[in-house]
Write a protein that binds this ligand. Structure first.
Ligand SMILES: Cc1cc2nc3c(=O)[nH]c(=O)nc-3n(C[C@H](O)[C@H](O)[C@H](O)COP(=O)(O)OP(=O)(O)OC[C@H]3O[C@@H](n4cnc5c(N)ncnc54)[C@H](O)[C@@H]3O)c2cc1C
Length: 297
């Protein structure tokens, strides 16, 4: 089937040349050639089985770790935000769909007196993105709480991966192949609601004190090099508050880049590359990106 016949078939859920900026935290970047927002697993499976096999496919969760470049993404961009159910079974195992927001999962666990998932309250992504990034905060990461993940290949074949099979490391996984994570099961243990609420409050408070809030950003731009803090290296290189157009290194947390108003993805990327160069000149350390850059320059 050619791409036009395919588009017509899924007309209700497909948008063409659609702006992606509003689906990312940076609020910058270009269009999706084809945007698809599935509401349930079964329709996604049908879509994948019918899509032209050569068509590129990229998945977005909350877009909180992404910089979509200014000339957009070729092929299909899939957004998972409508697949967001959360449930708990009699053994206390929590299952969350890929598009469920991390903070919602944290609150769900709290309301069911389950402790262990409090760290999710501060990560502004979805479960799918959190698995792909092995996201973490306050001493916990997805690796510590994930039991297994149900995934679907870009051709529509299902598979369950155990935590071990994902080979989760600091802000990355080692799974081979192209997979969309559909849902995940998490372990937790009994905890009194009030105790969990207090833990979450502390996390929220501590984040507000150390990170910019209510701004357009992609979170930590670079990974922490072993034994070092990226923000310290950036600060020591004199980059705090550095600007490129409307893109600026946060004064509050200098591993965060902020889009002050209308920064282009190019301005954001150039600023980060400039910081990377200055850090290298100052410390001899090569920072590596934590934020994923996707699409055409
Ligand atoms: C203010 C702020 C604070 C942050 N704080 C933290 C923090 O404390 N700790 C931390 O680890 N991160 C943090 N981040 C980064 C970000 O929130 C995490 O990496 C988050 O888990 C990304 O989830 P997402 O749904 O937004 O993924 P996206 O940004 O949408 O995508 C990230 C990657 O995941 C892939 N992906 C998304 N969904 C799926 C899916 N269903 N199946 C397969 N692949 C998928 C995408 O293709 C992409 O490769 C922060 C970001 C911001 C903006």
């Amino acid at each position: 089937m050619n791409i036009n016949a395919f588009k017509n078939k899924f007309l209700d859920n497909i948008y063409t040349e659609h702006k992606l900026a509003k689906y990312t935290w940076f609020g910058a970047g270009g269009n999706a050639e084809i945007l698809y927002i599935p509401e349930e697993e079964i329709s996604l499976e049908k879509f994948l089985k019918e899509k032209p096999s050569e068509c590129n496919l990229f998945t977005i969760g909350a877009g909180s770790n992404l910089l979509v470049r200014d000339n957009g993404i070729n092929g299909i961009t899939l957004i998972t935000n409508k697949m967001n159910k959360i449930s708990i079974d009699e053994d206390g195992i929590i299952t969350a769909d890929c598009g469920a927001v991390d903070a919602e999962v944290a609150r769900f666990a709290r309301e069911h007196n389950r402790t262990g998932l409090e760290f999710l309250i501060g990560i502004p992504g979805t479960i799918g993105g959190g698995i792909k990034m092995n996201s973490g905060a306050f001493g916990s990461e997805f690796k510590d709480v994930l039991i297994d993940v149900k995934a679907i290949s870009h051709d529509g074949e299902y598979k369950i991966f155990s935590n071990k099979e994902l080979k989760m490391e600091y802000r990355k996984i080692g799974l081979k192949g192209k997979w969309i994570f559909l849902s995940a099961r998490f372990k937790s243990s009994y905890g009194a609601k009030e105790f969990i609420r207090e833990k979450m409050k502390k996390i929220i408070h501590s984040r507000k004190a150390s990170q910019p809030s209510g701004v357009k950003t992609g979170g930590s731009t670079f990974k922490n090099p072993l034994g070092k803090k990226a923000w310290e290296l950036i600060d020591q290189a004199g980059c705090r508050g550095l600007k490129n157009g409307d893109a600026m290194i946060s004064e509050k947390h200098c591993n965060f880049i902020i889009n002050l108003k209308k920064a282009s993805a190019q301005q954001i990327e150039e600023l980060a590359q400039n910081v990377k160069q200055k850090v290298f000149e100052n410390s001899g350390i090569k920072l590596t990106w934590e934020i994923e850059r996707v699409g055409n320059k």
